[in-house]
Write a protein that binds this ligand. Structure first.
Ligand code: PNS
Length: 161
């Protein structure tokens, strides 16, 4: 059985993330979506909230499970016995950062490969930070986040909550 790991901050999960998870779930036997810490970012949502959003969003996907880990991605990949990491690539702007991370991860652990899936065209511009910003000013984020968690994200991001 081939397991892959889809890592990220997921702060919060977007339709762009979901697209990558669904496509990974078609390609592999088991996909673990794991919330990790990105030391370069200050998270808006608590880990438990992010996990809840991901669980509700991926509810219908039978071979997808959800987890969090406080440590290095390569350690997690080895712990769960995954064959690779799957990440989405948007525009060229993502490439350098993602390429660097995949190289560092292979340096740390040569067995850990990273597979990049191109983001669907309609989500090329989409990011969690953009969703947070639009929602915090009361804008409509319905086209960017899965319907199942839309109301909760809007409520949580309204100024003052
Ligand atoms: O969604 P993001 O913020 O682009 O995801 C980045 C993430 C969380 C996958 C990355 O920061 C990560 O792997 N964090 C765990 C610590 C780690 O293993 N860092 C890689 C060595 S530089």
């Amino acid at each position: 059985m081939k397991t892959v790991v889809c890592p990220g901050s997921f702060d919060p999960i977007t339709k762009g993330h979901l697209d990558i998870i669904e496509r990974a779930a078609h390609l592999f036997d088991h996909v673990i979506v794991v919330v990790l810490q990105n030391p370069n970012k200050t998270a808006t949502f608590r880990v438990e909230e992010r996990l809840d959003f991901i669980r509700r969003t991926t509810d219908g996907l039978e071979n997808v499970s959800v987890d969090s880990y406080d440590g290095l991605l390569v350690d997690y990949v080895q712990k769960v016995g995954a064959v690779a990491v799957v990440k989405g690539l948007r525009a060229v702007t993502d490439f350098e950062y993602e390429f660097q991370m995949s190289l560092v991860n292979r340096q740390l652990c040569p067995a850990v490969d990273t597979i990049f899936l191109n983001t669907a065209q309609e989500y090329l511009y989409l990011s969690s930070s953009m969703v947070r910003q639009i929602a915090s000013f009361g804008g409509d984020i319905s086209q960017f986040v899965p319907q199942a968690i839309l109301a909760d994200i809007q409520k949580r991001l309204q100024k003052g909550n």
